[in-house]
Design a protein around this ligand. Sequence first.
Ligand code: FA5
Ligand code: MG
Length: 421
Amino acid sequence: SFFSSAITSKYGHTLEILGDQYPTDEITNVTPAILSKIPLRVHTQVGHPLSTLRSIIESHYPDFSHLSSFSPLVTPFKNFDELSFPKDHPGRSVTDSYYINKNLMLRTHTSAHEVEVFSKGEDRWLLTADVYRRDEIDGSHYPVFHQMEGARLYSADASGMKEVEEDNERLSRHLETSNIVIEDIPHISPTNPVQQTHDPRHSELVAKNLKLSLNGLLLRLFGGSNSEEPLRVRWIEAYFPFTSPSFEVEVFFRGKWLEILGCGVVIQSTLDTSNVQGKIGWAFGLGLERIAMILYSIPDIRLFWSTDTRFLSQFKAGEITTFQPYSKFPSCFKDVSFWNPQGSTPLHDNDFCDLVRDVAGDLVEDVKMIDSFVHPKTNRSSSCYRINYRSMERSLSNEEVNELQKNVVSRLSDVFRVEIR
Ligand code: FA5
Ligand code: MG
């Protein structure tokens, strides 16, 4: 691929990741910018906002196993097939996910470890990890972010269901006395069905347990004791190949609904594959950056990777405090227009963004496609992107930005064979 040739010229035919060598092949699309993030493990750096958020959530689940040392390198089988993703799911494509080679990728979600952890016999656990997705560039999207997976299994029999009911009563009492307004939906519906192998009453109780448990967590995180306004939480029907029924949760914060997590009743085949018998349970996956940006008022997702002491020194382990932004430095916009090669599909947004990210790193704030059209006579397609260069830490000089833009333009024509207009 274009990227493997770019990478090969830098690194040879193997990539070193966390001390081991991996062969590249024609689908390799990880970039040096991405590889440089793998060893950092910011969610385990004491005092880092993501690490504090992780420990607050862990302390909300004291009797769960707290896991955080799983390698980000997984097989596509583990990331997708083992979780019942269909063969043609778009997430598998090289435009959406990062591949080391055909047999190895960077996990796109923490659910990739469900089977591994259930197989060890764990029935209540949290797992925090860095996950990787090829995506657009703006203030709330970064190709590396962090998720926390949580799961809880009960015995699928009378004693297990008695345990769920007792848990549910305890959790309900806590919420009843709290300042929280929950927009709920049915636990099960025709469009969000119970699994065929489940007793509907069991599935109802487990889904209710999931909701109560997460509502309690959100209250802990967002229900600041001094606020007069109640915390508003909204449950929405969702679809995941590895849960049914499935839900997403949004929280109303500073005037906006914000999606925080996906969750549901674990699909039985996941437990079968894990050799777990006679159990039923739930799982959730939440995005740590989204939550941390709200709680700490962190305005840009790049800041989580900052090594600037003006950022890091503002935080203390275990405490959620409001971030005081240092002054915003000026933006510098640069446009680039080009003709895509005749007869080929236009360059994918994610390919363009990865190229920019690789040249400019965190000096790019956002990238927007501002124009695209097909020439009526020649049938060639043209694209125009606007890159916003801005550092979080200093003013960029004109020369520096021109140099970056020059590199973007030359890589663009070298690697993707486009014709710059
Ligand atoms: C998942 O990743 C599922 N694995 C969640 C899940 C787990 C469902 C267990 C059922 C059972 P989704 O792609 O929606 O789902 O991502 C989950 C959360 O990760 C989102 O709600 C959001 O908070 C966060 N997230 C997703 N994409 C990004 C992104 N590009 N940047 C920051 N956070 C993101
Ligand atoms: Mg989602």
